[in-house]
Design a protein around this ligand. Structure first.
Ligand SMILES: Cc1ncc(C[n+]2csc(CCOP(=O)(O)OP(=O)(O)O)c2C)c(N)n1
Ligand SMILES: [Mg+2]
Length: 833
């Protein structure tokens, strides 16, 4: 039960006894604050009947008063919040004066929302549009949110939403001219979008909104795939990037708003993943406002089939954030709650949920007949007037018919105009910071030198391997830093860990921010990074990468929550609004990335093709067959190669430390912004054959193919990628067979055809060309390589060595793995066509 302010004084030792009637009133109010939302009248069609709670069956003046507040059109769920200050704040706002409401403005928005949909319905019958009708009070709600945001100095609303009401939002929130949306329904010249582009209810939009107090706020509605809720982490990541780049006060300036469907909010795990990082240092945006456009339906599925909780919104309860359920047809209550939610976000920097409960006037899309699955609900909906008519009557508005006629004719004029104009495919403008970056097809002149002078490497090493006096370093880390110091001084060859540290250090010194997140990324899965030093006496932290030079760019390395889709989506979003930065997401083992497959498919690989939007995100995916079983061996090279087309991303496997160094620097230093998938090492991290002399960091660049200039009189060329190449080299040594050349393919995509051809040319005496991979025949790069190698080899036979086809990526037995691996190595040197 909530404590009254007078009771709180008791904790200071001054106990003031409560008068009995106050105490009873407080007790009754406490119960209603806690359970009142269950008995609230939340659905315009009466489809969510109050659920009587035994503790609320009280007949008293206080109970009637509390019931009026807590069981009306608003169900406030907030007593699960642990912080008494937050509870008290909500309670005071719920029980206090509701404040003034601009009803005329709300009515205008409601009329526009309905008439826009009606115009679409009349003109483009049978076209999907995912109408907002039944939940049109979303517009006055957003209007209130923006007003509060404006008062707090917001510059931009970063918005993510799916299909429902999106076209309405594009016009009435993002303020695109209605003609542009109507034009999307008109016939287009199909040749302009063959094989690319996206449907109209997925593409993003930007515009300027003027709040009711006259503040201008930029609106950025993010492009969105069909995959429900996948845009949530992307929107939050984008917001964080915008906040980070704006520095001080960023949390107030950029406000994220996610609009969800009720079925998707409850059902999609990525929503839970996104909510989960709301308060974590690496991911917080100072609170996201969530609005659920709740029609108690998901396609043809009823609410009672969607979630085990009474409300879809209750997923958010674990977080201790308030949930305001509100009857979507009590427009005044909707506006009050939207305002309250926005104020709460600004006051406490917390997420907050508004559950806007209405209905869906038509089928899921306008081509579905909902009377088949929800006959009674749709009978009630058919008899239900549009909200603007109900609201106009309620507030006694005059001239509604005339106003509606004017708005209707505006939309009709816009529709006619749209039929005349040619479609403008882009509904949005890119932020200025994208000015010097570009995508499109690869050109060699995009390359930049990536080498770093030896002296500079020495200076960076000094910063990377030292820590403040008095810092209690762990003996293992001390040893690692000592070894790194020798590597940086050229006394020892470099390993991947040091190469990466030098790459990051050189970049931040050059003013390029680095952001890396993943599970255990600070130390790293294989103990190879140690980017954060932890004092053994007091656990204080020292991050050498943040002490490289005065005026350096930030280097942020975060341990992420145990989530793939949510975190990868976030980092993709971050990269979209921070093109200057090197943004990396790391998998613990490469195959865990498949939990984020929707983010890879829908954003990372296809974002440019669908929306013309770019990202330089790097995915670090540990890969390699080391006898650790089915799930720790393969990062699923085959899946990435299958997604590759038209230079949409880069797929690389650097086989030594220097290659990794140049690859990371290349990604940041070029202005060509493309996602980069890196298959990263595990045992190769410490394989002496994969170490690099310091000189290779100074002059060389990333080589898409590592030639073999040790082999002589070559009879056979083995082509491979990654770790197996080092094993083949060891095997060659054992066999003393220098007539076999071993060529490492470091970049699988875009395919370095000329470089491979040059290797074939160099060893033109070779009879056999053999692709060697560790993966089974139905996995790895085999399907991709064979036709390409055959094309280059012309009339020479191209053979392949691989594991037999297998449903699971690798054996569970370490011994069986070794037998298989030995067989591959033997066959590589002996197989004949
Ligand atoms: C991940 C995913 N699964 C399935 C679908 C197919 N789908 C599209 S809309 C929809 C129903 C969504 O219901 P809700 O979230 O309540 O939104 P509403 O359409 O009711 O506004 C479904 C199942 C999808 N788009 N994405
Ligand atoms: Mg729904």
């Amino acid at each position: 039960m909530a404590t009254s302010t007078r009771n709180a004084a008791g904790s200071r030792g001054v106990v003031t006894p409560e008068p009995i009637e106050d105490f009873e009133r407080e007790r009754v109010f406490g119960l209603f604050r806690q359970f009142g939302y269950l008995e609230a009248e939340l659905n315009p069609l009466g489809l969510l009947p109050p659920q009587p709670h035994p503790d609320l069956q009280i007949d008293s003046e206080s109970a009637r008063e509390a019931r009026r507040i807590y069981c009306g059109s608003v169900g406030a769920e907030f007593m699960h919040i642990a912080d008494p200050e937050r509870r008290r704040w909500i309670q005071e706002r719920m029980e206090g004066d509701p404040g003034a409401i601009d009803r005329e403005r709300a009515l205008d928005l409601l009329i526009r929302a309905d008439l826009f949909e009606q115009t679409l319905q009349q003109r483009y019958l049978g076209n999907k549009r995912f109408s907002l009708e039944g939940n049109t009070s979303l517009l006055p709600a957003v209007d209130e949110i923006l007003d509060v945001a404006g008062e707090h100095g917001a510059l931009e609303l970063v918005m993510g939403m799916s299909h429902r009401g999106r076209l309405n939002v594009i016009i009435h929130v993002a303020k695109r001219p209605a003609e542009q949306v109507f034009a999307e329904f008109e016939d287009v010249d199909p040749r302009s979008v063959l094989g690319s582009g996206d449907v109209k209810y997925h593409i993003g939009a930007t515009g300027e909104y003027v709040t009711k107090s006259g503040k201008k706020i930029h609106i950025h509605l993010a492009s969105n795939p069909s995959h429900l809720e996948a845009v949530d982490p992307v929107t939050v990541g984008r917001t964080r990037a915008k906040q980070d780049r704006s520095g001080e006060g960023g949390r107030a300036k950029y406000l994220p708003l996610l609009v969800h469907g009720d079925a998707a909010f409850a059902g999609q795990g990525i929503t839970a993943e996104t909510l989960n990082y709301a308060d974590l240092a690496g991911y917080t945006v100072g609170g996201t406002i969530h609005v659920i456009v709740n029609n108690l339906l998901g396609f043809t599925t009823n609410a009672r089939e969607e979630h085990s909780s009474r409300f879809s919104a209750q997923l958010a309860r674990r977080q201790g954030v308030p949930i305001f359920h509100v009857n979507g047809e009590d427009v005044d209550a909707v506006m009050r709650m939207a305002r309250l939610a926005a104020e709460y976000r600004y006051k406490f920097g917390s997420d907050v949920v508004v559950d806007l409960i209405g209905y869906r006037r038509h089928g899921h899309s306008e081509v579905d007949d909902p009377t088949v699955t929800q006959p009674l609900m749709y009978k009630a909906i058919k008899e239900h007037r549009p909200l603007f008519e109900i609201y106009a009557k309620e507030i006694g508005a005059e001239n509604v018919t005339e106003e509606a006629a004017v708005i209707k004719s505006e939309f009709e004029a816009a529709q006619k105009a749209a039929a005349q104009v040619t479609k403008k495919p882009l509904l949005r403008e890119l932020p200025g910071y994208w000015g010097s970056y570009f995508g499109g097809r690869y050109k060699a002149d995009y390359e930049r030198p990536t080498g770093v002078e030896r002296e500079e490497l020495g200076a960076l090493t000094a910063r990377l391997t030292t820590y403040p006096g008095g810092f209690h370093i762990h003996p293992k880390v001390k040893k690692l830093l000592e070894q790194r110091a020798e590597m940086g001084a050229g006394k020892k060859p470099l390993d991947y860990g040091m190469a990466e540290a030098l790459a990051f250090a050189s970049l931040v010194k050059q003013g390029i921010p680095v952001r890396l997140s993943g599970q255990d990324s600070r130390r790293a899965t294989f103990n190879q990074r140690h980017s954060v030093l932890v004092d053994t006496e007091n656990e204080s932290e020292y991050v050498p990468l943040s002490h490289i030079a005065d005026g350096q760019a930030p280097c942020q390395i975060y341990n992420s929550p145990l989530s793939e889709a949510g975190v990868m989506g976030f980092e993709y979003g971050y990269s979209r609004d921070y093109p200057e930065a090197l943004v990396l997401w790391e998998a613990q083992f490469g195959d865990f990335a498949n939990v984020a497959q929707a983010v890879i498919d829908q954003f990372v690989s296809a974002g440019e093709d669908k929306w013309g939007l770019l990202s330089g995100l790097v995915l670090l995916l540990p890969h390699g067959y080391e006898g650790q079983g089915p799930e720790h061996s393969s990062a699923r090279i085959e899946r990435f190669l299958q997604l590759a087309a038209r230079d949409n991303f880069q797929i690389c496997q650097p086989s030594n430390a220097a290659q990794y160094f140049h690859l990371l620097r290349r990604q940041a230093l070029r202005n060509w912004r493309k996602p980069l998938v890196v298959f990263t090492p595990k045992s190769m991290l410490r394989n002496p054959d994969a170490l690099s002399p310091l000189e290779e960091l100074t002059h060389q660049r990333f080589l898409p193919v590592l030639p073999d200039d040790e082999a002589q009189d070559v009879k056979r060329i083995l082509i491979c990628t990654g770790k197996i190449g080092h094993e083949l080299r060891a095997e060659r040594e054992r066999r003393k067979d220098m007539s076999t050349a071993i060529v490492f393919l470091e970049q699988m995509y875009p395919f370095p055809e000329a470089e491979i051809a040059a290797e074939f040319e160099r060893h033109s005496g070779a009879r056999d060309i053999v692709w060697v991979q560790e993966e089974p025949s139905n996995m790895g790069a085999l399907f991709y390589m064979l036709p390409r190698l055959k094309r280059i080899a012309e009339d020479k036979p191209v053979l392949s060595v691989k594991r037999s086809g297998s449903a699971s990526p690798a054996t569970g037995s370490a011994k069986a793995h070794e037998v298989e691996q030995k067989t591959i190595l033997a066959l590589a040197f002996t197989t004949q066509g």
